[in-house]
Unconditional design. Structure first.
Length: 63
């Protein structure tokens, strides 16, 4: 399962509002709520324990 970064949704809304003057309409907000609820339900019903792994890519490349 690929990691999901829900903070990207927040940053997309913030940058869209600041730089482009675009704000989410009610359909986008409903979709956002559905995506967040599905992700939360997935985490809460998961049988396996979530183990966070460090991102070693940046340490290996020196970035």
């Amino acid at each position: 399962m690929a990691p999901v970064q829900y903070s990207q949704l927040i940053w997309a809304i913030v940058f869209g509002a600041l730089f482009f003057g675009e704000y989410p309409d009610y359909v986008a907000i409903i979709g956002l709520v559905i995506v967040l609820a599905a992700g939360l339900a997935n985490v809460l019903t998961e049988k396996l324990k979530i183990v966070w792994k460090p991102r070693l890519f940046f340490f290996r490349t020196g970035l």
